[in-house]
Design a protein around this ligand. Structure first.
Ligand SMILES: [Fe+2]
Length: 168
C-alpha cells in the first residue's frame, strides 16, 4: 500500500506566511517557511532594504541563498537576481545591499546533529548563534506572536563557548 503523498510533501504558501521584522538589523525582514529538525534544514525568505549592512557572520551549516529579486554583495562578489550563493563553513563575511535592496530564498542545512546555523558577530566583540531553536520558534508566526517570544534567550542559549572573539 502506498502512503499518501501528503505524508511526505508539505505545501507551504509563502503568500500566507507573514513577514517578521528582523530585529537584529534595522529594516530587514524575514519569514521562516519551513523547519525540519531531523535534518536541521530551514527554508526562509530574507529581505534586505536598500543600502543595508547586515551582520558579519560565519556558518556552522551549508547555506544556499538564491536571489529572488534585487542585488546584494559579499565584499566584491555581486549577486544579482537569479544568482545563487552556495556557502560552506569556513569564511566570515557580511551581506550588504546597494540602491536596489534584495530578497533571498535561503536554505540552511546543518545536517543531522548540527542544529547551529549562523554565528553573528557584533561590533562590541560579542557574538551569538542562530540555531534551530530560534528559527523553529518563529516558523510561520505573526509579528504580534513574535513580540511574545524571548528571542534573546533563544539566541544566547546557542552561543557556542569559547569561539566568540571578534575577528580582526
Ligand atoms: Fe553567509
Amino acid at each position: 500500500m502506498h502512503p499518501e503523498i501528503s505524508d511526505f510533501v508539505n505545501r507551504i504558501e509563502s503568500s500566507n506566511t507573514p513577514w517578521l521584522p528582523y530585529g537584529l538589523v534595522e529594516g530587514c525582514s524575514f519569514r521562516v517557511l519551513k523547519t525540519h529538525e531531523a535534518s536541521n534544514t530551514v527554508v526562509l525568505n530574507f529581505l534586505m532594504p536598500p543600502n543595508c549592512t547586515t551582520q558579519l557572520h560565519d556558518h556552522f551549516c551549508t547555506a544556499m541563498a538564491y536571489t529572488l529579486e534585487g542585488e546584494w554583495m559579499y565584499g566584491n562578489q555581486v549577486f544579482k537576481q537569479g544568482d545563487l550563493a552556495f556557502e560552506v563553513p569556513g569564511e566570515i563575511h557580511q551581506p550588504v545591499t546597494g540602491e536596489a535592496g534584495a530578497q533571498l530564498l535561503t536554505i540552511l542545512f546543518g545536517g543531522p546533529g548540527e542544529n547551529r546555523f549562523l554565528r553573528n558577530f557584533e561590533e562590541d566583540g560579542s557574538s551569538y548563534t542562530i540555531g534551530m531553536p530560534f528559527l523553529k520558534a518563529v516558523e510561520g508566526i505573526t509579528p504580534a506572536e513574535l513580540e511574545q517570544i524571548d528571542l534573546e534567550a533563544l539566541l544566547q542559549d546557542y552561543t557556542p563557548p569559547d569561539e566568540t572573539a571578534f575577528p580582526q
